[in-house]
Design a protein around this ligand. Structure first.
Ligand code: ACO
Length: 380
């Protein structure tokens, strides 16, 4: 369905906002592809940085291209001490997504040159954002505990280094690999709310740091990236497998949303949720079961039974939190981790958008009045 001049479509549901070759979703069959590659294949064989390259530049890199990209990202992981000083002033009780949005926007102050027609500028901006966003997330995490940030370790790969900066210890290879796969799964997903936000901002030809900052702010909401935190709060609230059914029935009776379920596009189980559940089980085999896993499995069963006929199934946010908990990641970092991954997709859309840009300027259907006489204050 397309929008005609007088048709209002709430949430712009199914209204094409772009022509894009970055990713593809078939919500009825549960298919997700990045640049034509199936997500299951990438999750099994690729890495987050290779997938990032694929998303942004449109093809799998050669061995040399990947090595160059990895090295550039490694070299740019550090953040300027003045950004760290600025972050030290953030309240430690603030949400890490707000800290990330502010820090991402601040990069624009430090890298103020704007040359959107220059491929080298685009490359540098991509490298900086992919490299520095994880460092900023980990730095805030340390600072709010009263610690100095842990400097990136050049000997460690992308995922391992992030977990190291966060937890102060080098993770097991399986844990790092699983985290890297999580990043791949969250890297891109067509034109969702945060990507649309990035594209609207990009369409004004502003700098890429403003683009990413606006997307981070949009991702933060509980109906979007913030749902992964809410899932854990919900599992804690349920407390036991026996409580699952009455809990779900109560939410449905009150017309409340069950977090981690439902999707604008998928009407079957989100393929990323299937992969994440498998990753959670692999991790539990090595490190022990998460206390909430049985509740989650029962919750999925009951929600499917009650709402499956409406096309409401587990989405990407349902199992990700259980994986992150096992990796020692605090709940309020789940959404910033989503952002670390999604920067790849946002940048891919930024690059695509500025290549054939037209500023976004939708219309509205005016529902107000006309020609009201102005009433002086004393007569109101
Ligand atoms: N629990 C219970 N009912 C639901 C849920 C849910 N999680 N999701 C949708 N429904 C119901 C709605 O109540 C509505 O029912 P009705 O037709 O009887 O009124 C119907 O399904 C359609 O729901 P909408 O909210 O209109 O669907 P929409 O496509 O606008 O929303 C959304 C999709 C926002 C993801 C929604 O499913 C939701 O709020 N889910 C919970 C939050 C969540 O998990 N968000 C993460 C999504 S994935 C991501 O952003 C990364």
């Amino acid at each position: 369905m397309t929008a005609s001049a007088c048709e209002y479509i709430p949430g712009l549901a199914n209204v094409p906002a772009a022509q894009s070759s970055i990713s593809y979703v078939d919500g009825k069959k549960g298919i997700l592809e990045y640049r034509g590659f199936q997500i299951e294949d990438l999750a099994a064989k690729s890495t987050f940085l290779e997938t990032t390259y694929l998303l942004i530049w449109g093809q799998l890199p050669s061995k040399q291209q990947l090595a160059d990209f990895e090295n550039e990202v490694r070299y740019h992981r550090r953040i300027k001490y003045r950004i760290r000083d600025m972050m030290k002033c953030f309240p430690e009780t603030g949400h890490p997504m707000d800290a990330l949005q502010t820090s991402a926007a601040a990069l624009g102050l430090f890298y103020a040159r704007r040359a959107l027609n220059d491929p080298q500028y685009i490359r540098e901006a991509v490298v900086r954002l992919i490299a520095k966003i994880p460092t900023m997330v980990a730095a805030f995490m340390q600072m709010r505990k009263g610690n100095d940030p842990i400097q990136p370790n050049d000997d460690l790969d992308y995922a391992t280094n992030f977990l190291y900066m966060l937890t102060e210890r080098i993770p097991e290879p399986l844990a790092a690999r699983i985290f890297d796969v999580c990043l791949m799964l969250h890297a891109e997903h067509t034109i969702n709310a945060s990507t649309f936000s990035a594209m609207v901002t990009a369409s004004t030809m502003t700098d890429p740091y403003a683009v990413i900052a606006s997307a981070v702010g949009t991702l933060a909401g509980p109906l979007h990236g913030g749902a992964n935190e809410e899932v854990i709060f919900m599992l804690q609230d349920i407390g036991s497998v026996e409580n699952v059914r009455p809990y779900v029935e109560n939410l449905i009776a009150n017309k409340s949303k069950i977090m981690g379920f439902g999707h604008r596009v998928y009407k079957v189980k989100d393929p990323r949720a299937t992969i994440l559940q498998g990753l959670a089980e692999r991790l539990f085999e090595q490190t022990g079961r998460d206390e909430y896993y049985d509740i989650a499995v029962e919750l999925e069963r009951v929600v499917e039974e009650k709402l499956g006929s409406k096309g409401i199934y587990a989405n990407v946010d349902f199992y990700s939190g259980l994986v992150y908990r096992k990796l020692g990641i605090p709940t309020d970092l789940f959404t910033p981790i989503f952002a670390i991954a999604r920067v790849a997709g946002w940048l891919a859309h930024w690059r695509e958008q500025i290549g054939e840009n037209r500023i976004f300027r939708p219309t509205q259907i005016y529902t107000g009045g006309h020609n009201h006489p102005y009433i002086p204050m004393r007569e109101r």
